[in-house]
Design a binder for this molecule. Structure first.
Ligand SMILES: Cc1cc2nc3c(=O)[nH]c(=O)nc-3n(C[C@H](O)[C@H](O)[C@H](O)COP(=O)(O)OP(=O)(O)OC[C@H]3O[C@@H](n4cnc5c(N)ncnc54)[C@H](O)[C@@H]3O)c2cc1C
Ligand code: SF4
Length: 517
């Protein structure tokens, strides 16, 4: 059996980032990824292939709490969900690390402060080449360094939107974007600023994803090995149950075993919970590291709405994700609880609508799909989803994953939608239409759109109420860690990837110390 110092399971935002951070240590590191490399092919940028045929969505079936099957929007490839993500790389707000009162209840505090994570946010922004502008977003947390790259400029229609918002007393800002765009030297820029970014893989590898900026740089080190098509089905422990001994992989109908001094799980929130739950043994009868009964619970995925407004003028924007608005993040004059974040989502195109719910266009019957696409300005509204113990992942004996979920914070979500709708007339847009679109989540079953899944193995100081300690080590197992979004005690209302990356770097520093000891 092969023996490694560290085994990392999963190569997405958490696992890929950690691999790169540990690679220079010279320790023997094994990356186990259930998927393969995402092929570089013309279909990467083909709307029908990506949005209608779901070419890069994995063919898993999960079940809702009523036993109804659905296909989750998950991506089993090297780089994980970041291969398809919109690369909006936000920090959580400083306040998100404390307890926050919402309309529906409490968003719990994190066991570490914003200040503890701040240096790692800075490092993550550097590793993932984030473009942005400090000082524009009034809710922005303090930072120890400027963004490593200048903000991505707005295209004319989005600049007009920014100007109109400002003229109406709002504070729009340049959104933090993880694309390798050099506007000062376009001929040598890796990124060509195209319209097929958010929800698409990047054909020219110019998106700051965990394959390009995590796994590939890690593999430049001889001590790092990647095994693809290596689905981990079990983690075994010693007889006392105090330490992980072997990681079991299912491949080509056979079983392979790997021995790791330290094992780090980073399978994405639902699959991390699944793996821990199905690794139950005599000493861990409810699932590995699950003495607290918290594994799988507190699943969150944001109360998100993708909507499009219809601009009076055509919207010719290609790369639309350059603007954000956090004016309602912590509430509004007429609503004392947090509402959430407003940002742009990839530009709608007519073929994309075929991948969405048929019938949505009935909302604007006088508009043809083509005309609608030309005039669409697309927003992504995110309200914080609160952790509920009954919103959970469970697994049966056959490995069937059930995701039981009831939406939280719906009033705040409704209010945020109403706020944006009420602004349209002043923003040179058709005031009657703010139309829901499901392009981003790709699925007409709301829980299937699990792009922002988090929270199933939260970290904390109380072993009775959390799965992991503050180093993200399992309370009950000496050498088992988790570094993906499952560690989140609360999710805030901004996109989660940069926080997963920053935390992986923080845990990485702890592991480097441990490995050196
Ligand atoms: C379309 C889309 C757009 C998004 N846009 C944004 C955005 O703009 N900004 C943002 O911050 N976030 C965005 N997200 C969310 C972001 O991508 C995720 O939050 C982030 O990737 C989560 O990181 P992770 O490490 O938890 O999981 P992932 O990145 O999903 O990585 C999990 C990895 O584990 C592997 N794996 C799973 N099970 C096993 C197993 N049993 N054995 C071996 N390997 C396994 C998977 O194949 C995968 O590679 C988006 C997501 C999607 C899908
Ligand atoms: S905008 Fe840039 S990073 Fe995004 S897909 Fe196009 S070339 Fe790639």
């Amino acid at each position: 059996m092969d023996t490694y110092d560290v085994i990392i399971i999963g190569t997405g935002a958490g696992g890929g980032t950690l691999a790169r951070h540990l690679a220079p240590s010279g320790k023997r590191i094994l990356l186990l990824e259930r998927g393969d490399w995402l092929p570089r092919e013309f279909e990467n940028w083909n709307t029908e292939a990506v949005f209608v045929d779901n070419r890069y969505v994995s063919p898993d079936t999960w079940y809702d709490r009523d036993g109804k099957p659905f296909q989750p929007g998950v991506h089993y490839v090297v780089g994980g969900a970041t291969k398809l993500y919109g690369a909006a790389l936000y920090r959580l707000r400083k306040e998100d690390f404390g307890e926050l009162r919402h309309h529906d209840g409490i968003s719990p505090a994190w066991p570490i402060s914003y200040e503890e994570l701040e240096p790692y946010y800075t490092l993550a922004e550097q590793r993932y080449q984030v473009h942005g502008a400090r000082g524009e977003d009034p809710t922005e947390p303090p930072s120890s360094a400027p963004y490593p790259h200048p903000a991505v400029s707005h295209e004319p229609r989005i600049q007009q939107l920014a100007d109109d918002l400002a003229a109406n007393g709002h504070q729009p800002f340049h959104a933090p974007c993880g694309i390798m765009l050099d506007e000062s030297n376009p001929l040598f820029s890796t990124c060509i600023r195209c319209a097929t970014c958010d929800g698409f893989p990047c054909l020219v590898h110019a998106k700051s994803d965990a394959e390009v900026l995590g796994v590939r740089p890690a593999l430049e080190h001889d001590n790092v090995t990647l095994q693809t098509n290596a689905k981990v089905v079990r983690i075994d422990t010693n007889e006392a149950g105090t330490a992980v001994t072997e990681v079991v992989v299912e491949r080509d109908g056979g079983e392979e075993r790997f021995d790791g001094g330290i094992v780090v799980v980073a399978c994405g929130a639902a699959n991390t919970a699944k793996l821990l739950l199905q690794s139950a043994n005599d000493k861990h009868p409810n699932g590995l590291a699950n003495g607290s009964d918290q594994v799988g619970r507190n699943y969150m995925f944001h109360d998100s709405t993708a909507v499009l407004a219809l601009s009076r003028e055509e919207n010719l924007t290609a790369y639309q994700k350059t603007l954000g608005l956090n004016d309602f993040y912590f509430g509004a004059d007429d609503f004392e609880y947090p509402l959430g974040n407003v940002q742009m989502v990839g530009k709608s195109t007519a073929p994309m609508f075929r991948g969405e719910r048929p019938g949505e266009t009935k909302l604007a019957p006088e508009w043809t799909l083509d005309r609608m696409a030309k005039h669409a300005i697309d927003f992504w509204l995110s309200t914080e989803d609160l952790p509920h113990s009954d919103n959970r992942v469970t697994v049966d004996r056959d490995g069937k994953l059930t995701l039981s979920y009831t939406e939280t914070n719906l009033e705040a979500k409704k209010q945020l939608y109403a706020k944006v709708k009420s602004m349209l007339g002043k923003l040179d847009m058709n005031p009657d239409h703010l139309i829901h679109r499901f392009a981003y989540m790709k699925n007409d079953i709301p829980i299937g759109g699990c792009a922002h899944q988090a929270g199933t193995a939260r970290f904390g100081t109380d072993p009775g109420a959390s799965v992991l300690d503050t180093n993200c080590k399992a309370h009950e197992v000496d050498n088992l860690y988790v570094v993906d979004t499952s560690i989140f005690p609360s999710i805030g209302a901004v996109n989660p990837a940069l926080t997963a990356m920053a935390n992986a770097l923080r845990v990485g520093d702890h592991l480097l110390e441990r490995l050196a000891a």
